[in-house]
Design a protein around this ligand. Structure first.
Ligand code: SF4
Ligand code: SF4
Ligand code: SF4
Length: 217
């Protein structure tokens, strides 16, 4: 299989976005989407953990997910959206797009790094931030292998699976609802694993010490 090379971020944002995308690209590029760097284990049955399945085979890079996230979560204009698109190019010239946000890791480095106790992992696996407790130190950004956390005047901001935008746990968040290709799917890892394997064969979670709740095909 051809190696994939990171090409460019298609997020229409500032230099900060480029840095964030570069961090994500570095971490993701070894894992996309040959499956060779993914964990081969299926999630444990009954595991309470929500996550995402990103099917880059069918993503057109339209960024509808990014726009829907920004609108639903009222992201300020001067702040990064909680989701972004990274594009990759195979050696033979084929392009793929990957839509990425917080991956609600099983071992979230951001939670461990936060000195203010502002980030917590819920019983359903969703990692959320309490902006009222954030002191703005940015340790979470430094610790996250994917450079996910970013900052507003209110403190750290990242994906909360749209809980703050009124979506109940387990219901499709706005980015997933907005995807015209159904390239982005959300749910319990067990369900996502089954859906992804029905579509493409054997899949594994993205491999990282933080154990992201993220399938990438
Ligand atoms: S992707 Fe980064 S910000 Fe999200 S839970 Fe994992 S370590 Fe934390
Ligand atoms: S920036 Fe805020 S959320 Fe992040 S580690 Fe510091 S106090 Fe915690
Ligand atoms: S789940 Fe909600 S907050 Fe997270 S990236 Fe999607 S739209 Fe944004």
């Amino acid at each position: 299989m051809d190696r994939m090379k990171p090409a460019r971020s298609v997020t229409r944002r500032s230099a900060l976005a480029a840095c964030v995308a570069a961090a994500s690209t570095a971490a993701l590029s070894s894992c996309v989407p040959s499956g060779s760097a993914a964990s081969s284990e299926a999630p444990k049955k009954g595991l309470a953990q929500y996550g995402f399945w990103m099917d880059s085979r069918v993503c057109a890079g339209c960024a509808s997910c990014v726009a829907a996230c920004r609108e639903a979560n009222s992201t300020p204009d001067d702040c990064e959206a909680r989701r972004r698109i990274i594009s990759y190019v195979f050696d033979r010239g084929e392009s793929r797009f990957v839509s990425v946000s917080c991956m609600h890791c099983a071992q979230p480095a951001c939670v461990a790094a936060c000195p203010a106790g502002a980030i917590t992992k819920r019983a359903d696996g969703i990692v959320e931030v309490d902006q009222s407790r954030c002191i703005g130190c940015k340790y979470c950004h430094a610790s996250c292998p994917f450079g996910v956390p970013h900052y507003t005047s209110l403190g750290m901001d990242k994906c909360d699976c749209c809980l703050g935008a009124g979506i109940k746990p387990g219901k499709d968040p706005y980015c997933v609802q907005a995807c015209p290709a159904k390239a982005l799917q959300y749910g319990k890892l067990e369900d996502l694993h089954r859906r992804a394997e029905e579509a493409v064969g054997k899949v594994g979670l993205l491999e990282s010490p933080t154990e992201p709740s993220f399938y990438l095909t």
